[in-house]
Design a binder for this molecule. Structure first.
Ligand code: CAO
Length: 473
């Protein structure tokens, strides 16, 4: 090709250049729609890569809150590089262990689809590797105790100077204020965010919930913050700090209770069963047992088998638009026109009695039979599903919400896949990495270290656990 004689041009050079330029412009327009944006792909849905392909995350997270965030980003296609301390790793690898010498489910279910590199961030050579990672990654995500990242030398100023495009996303227990330096775990956040004081039964103590709204809830908030910061970076060209405090995250999820706190100033909360029972309200939102959160009164009622099965219950909502159907189904047709029952307002002081009657009916059938029956009449209700039932539920497997993955040391286990379904980006749910499984791969393929440099790094102790026998000698 290079030796071919150029053909004689019949037109002048200037004239010949014009169409060439036009062709280039046309080609660009074809690719970009003429407005700088790519033309819609004509690849089949689900075959145009994953939503976050090309995004690289420096994952400094541990325990639960941070890992839930980065796992979600990994499911959506981001390359998540989890940095762990050599020899130790994320503390959850060894917590609540069910299989000897294998990573715990605590760890494996929060760190799927990631790569693991071990780096001692307090070793000079380790810091050199981290510097390279900072230059090549888009987002640094961390949830260390307040001040820990700064103590490593990775202050915001330092990271921003090293890579101005980098987004630094953090989970902390509290935002700026009196408690900003405190370490926080899930239940502390539930208590400080208003969830515990409003959960449980009026007569009992505050209660924490099984859903990890402080950890996983804040991880979700952080993922959204990261996405927004990435979008803004497209415009500004620079990264920013993203901070999600667990107290704030819980309060955001408990906002209806702050709503009720303000309503209290204007009178009793009539949809709380305490109102119907004639119990006066205090100064703060009380615990409401299993009352429905909104204006549609609901309660948990027993179903067949409740004596032996702790989950033989159904959540039943007396939704106003289907009140007539409810009356017919449970065998109380006269309630439809009885002034004591016919309107939502009239029913409020009688909720306890109404739910007792509904329960009388539901106790004659299983929760699944009740669910089928009520749904035929458009009556909102839901069976109380045990974790065993959820683990075995085939429809959740079919949608990829529950996924079985295989792990080299623990074997097959179930994990929760991506609860966010994208029609053009199938979730990438893979097993969690072993400690340091991808250290060499990342050093060579991502950071460009040569084989001899990697040997040097290994000898330095920056990526390997300290040799205990040497230390003892
Ligand atoms: N190399 C060397 N040192 C490392 C390292 C690495 N790769 N990775 C972590 N470390 C060090 C940190 O530098 C820190 O050391 P210093 O305190 O000496 O600076 C130390 O390990 C651990 O940091 P930590 O204080 O975050 O860990 P902890 O176990 O004491 O506390 C937690 C855990 C969760 C209470 C705390 O991290 C925290 O409050 N995080 C913010 C809130 C949060 O996310 N909580 C949810 C936890 S899930 O329920």
């Amino acid at each position: 090709m290079a030796n071919k004689k150029p053909k004689k041009q019949s037109k002048s050079k200037a004239a010949a250049k014009k169409p060439a330029r036009k062709a280039v412009k046309l080609a660009a327009a074809k690719k970009t729609n003429g407005n700088g944006l790519p033309k819609p792909s004509n690849r089949p849905w689900g075959q145009a890569g994953r939503a976050l392909n090309g995004l690289r995350i420096l994952d400094f997270t541990h325990v639960q809150s941070g890992p839930t965030c980065t796992q979600l980003l990994a499911y959506m296609g981001a390359d998540v590089i989890k940095v762990e301390r050599p020899g130790a790793g994320d503390i959850t690898r060894g917590q609540l262990r069910d299989v000897p010498n294998a990573d715990s489910l605590y760890f494996t279910m929060l760190n799927g689809s990631k790569r693991s590199i071990t780096i001692d961030s307090k070793h000079p050579k380790g810091m050199e590797i981290l510097n390279r990672l900072i230059k090549t990654c888009d987002v640094l995500v961390e949830n260390f105790a307040p001040g820990a990242l700064d103590r490593m030398g990775l202050t915001w100023e330092y990271v921003h100077k090293t890579n101005p495009r980098m987004i630094v996303a953090s989970v902390k227990g509290f935002g700026p204020g009196p408690y900003e330096d405190c370490k926080v775990y899930e239940n502390v956040a539930q208590c400080a965010g208003g969830s515990a004081s409003t959960t449980g039964f009026r007569e009992g103590p505050p209660l924490v919930t099984g859903a990890q709204i402080g950890d996983s809830g804040t991880g979700l908030h952080l993922a959204l913050g990261i996405m927004a910061a990435l979008y803004q970076r497209n415009r500004t060209g620079r990264g920013q700090k993203v901070l999600c405090a667990m107290q704030d995250g819980v309060l955001n999820l408990a906002r209806v209770k702050l709503r009720d706190q303000q309503r209290l100033a204007h009178g009793p909360l009539t949809e709380y069963s305490q109102y119907g029972e004639g119990v006066p309200f205090g100064v703060a939102v009380p615990r409401a047992g299993n009352d429905s959160g909104g204006g549609q009164p609901g309660w948990i009622v027993k179903c067949k088998g409740w004596e032996n099965d702790p989950d033989a219950y159904l959540y039943f909502i007396t939704q106003a638009p289907v009140w007539n159907e409810i009356c017919d189904v449970i065998g109380e047709p006269t309630w439809k026109n009885d002034p004591d029952y016919a309107t939502p307002k009239a029913r409020l002081p009688r909720l306890k009695q109404i739910f007792a009657r509904i329960e009388q009916f539901t106790m004659t059938m299983t929760k699944f039979e009740a669910m089928d029956l009520f749904n035929k009449h458009d009556i909102p209700c839901g069976p109380i599903l045990s974790m065993k039932e959820i683990a075995e539920e085939q429809s959740l497997r079919a949608t990829g919400t529950v996924v079985e993955v295989d792990h080299p040391t623990r074997g097959k286990y179930l994990t929760v896949g991506n609860p966010i379904k994208l029609s053009d980006s199938p979730a990438d749910v893979r097993r969690s990495p072993l400690l340091g499984e991808h250290t060499e791969e990342i050093l060579s393929k991502v950071l460009g270290y040569s084989a001899s440099q990697i040997n040097e790094i290994k000898a330095s102790g920056a990526i390997t656990a300290p040799d205990k026998s040497k230390a003892a000698a």
